[in-house]
Design a protein around this ligand. Sequence first.
Ligand code: SF4
Ligand code: SF4
Length: 419
Amino acid sequence: MKTNLAEFIRDTPEGREANSILRACVHCGFCTATCPTYQLLGDELDSPRGRIYLMKEMLEGNVVTAKTQKHLDRCLTCRACETTCPSGVEYGRLVDIGRNIVEQHVRRSPVETLKRVALRAIVPRPALFQPLLRIGQALRPLLPAALKRKIPERTTRNLDWPAPRHPRRMLVLDGCVQPSLAPGINPATARVLDRLGISLIKDETAGCCGAVTFHLNRQDDGRDYMRRNIDAWWPHVEAGAQAIVITASGCGTLVKEYGHHLAHDPRYAEKAAKISALSKDISEVVLGEKDKLEEVILLSTQHSALSPASEAKPRVAFHSPCSLQHGLKIRGTVEAILVAAGFELTMVPDSHLCCGSAGTYSILEPELSRRLLKNKVAALESGAPAVIATANIGCLTHIQSGTAINVKHWINVLDERLT
Ligand code: SF4
Ligand code: SF4
C-alpha cells in the first residue's frame, strides 16, 4: 500500500513503524474472514482492512473523527487477523499507535472517560481491586442474575507453595487481578514445576504487567509498570533465575513486548530486551521438560487406584486465548500436554475466535462481548466436556459467567491430575 504520512508523525519512531506496517498491507482482505467483529457486524470498517484504512487516513493527516474512534474501540485486539494475514502485517502494533493518536484528538463523553479512569485506577491495583471484589462476592446472593454472573464466585483452591529446594529457579509474575480472582493458579504452577525439578519464586514488589493501562491508551504510564517489574526482577535475573514464568497469556504477550516498548529508553532498553527473552508462558516451560513430565505422569498413574487402561479419560474442552494463539503464537502446546496427561480433548468449533473478554472489552463493549461469549460457550459445550480449561484469567472468568461447567486454568487441571 502506498503511504504519505503527515509531518506530525513521519519522522518519529511510531511514524516509521506505522509506515512500514501500512506498506506491508496489500488490501487482499483475507483477514476479514477471521475477524470476530466483522463476522458479527458485517461492516468493512469493523474489519482489520477497514481499520487499517481508517488509521492510514489519520496518519496521513486527515481529520480524526469519533467514527474512527468507534471502529478502533470495537476492535478486540485479538490479533486473529495477524494469524491469517499472508503479508505479515503487524496489526496489533499499528492499532496501538492508531489508538494513541485518536485518544489525543477525540474527546470521550464524561461517562466513557469515567469508566476508563476507574478501570485504570482499580484493575492494576490489588489493594483496591480485592476489597471491591470481596464486597461484590459478599453481596452476590442478593444481586439480580445478570449482575450476579459478572461477579465470579470466591473459589477455594489449594494454595500450598513448595519451599524452594532445586538449584533450577524461575520467577513467576503474580499480576494484578489473578491472585484475587483465582488465587490457586500460581501455587498449582509452583507444585507442577517442583515435580519437574524447578523451584518457582516470586517477588512481591513486581505487579501488574502494564497491559490494562497501556491498552487504555495511557502508554507512558503503562511503560512505568514495565520499568517497575524490570527493577523488581533484575536482581533475580542476575542471581540466575532461568525464566520469568507467566500463567496469564494476556500478560505474557505484553511482557514479551517489553523490549519493543522500551527500545527507545536508554536506561531500560537492554534490560527490557533481556526480560522479554526470558519470559515464557507456562506451557512453554512445561513442554520444555517433556521427558521429566512423562516420568511424573507415569508415576502418578501407577499410584492411581485405577489402571490407566481401565480409567475413562476425563473430557476437557480447551479454550485457547487469543493472546496465546495469536499474540504469543503458541498453538497446540497446551493441548499436547493435556493429552499426554491422559485427558481427552473435545472438538471446539471456531477455536480461533475470541470469547469477548479481551482485557477490559467486556466492560467497555458489553453488547459485542456478550454475543461473542454466547457463541464461544456454545462451541465449548458442544463436545460435552466435564471441564473447560483455558490459559488466561480474563477468559476464565468471562467464560465462567456464561456456563455452568467448571472453567479452570489448564495448569490446575494438570496439577489435580498429578496429585
Ligand atoms: S490479510 Fe493482511 S495484507 Fe490482506 S488486507 Fe488483511 S492485513 Fe492487509
Ligand atoms: S484484532 Fe481481532 S477484532 Fe481487531 S481487527 Fe484484528 S481480528 Fe478484528
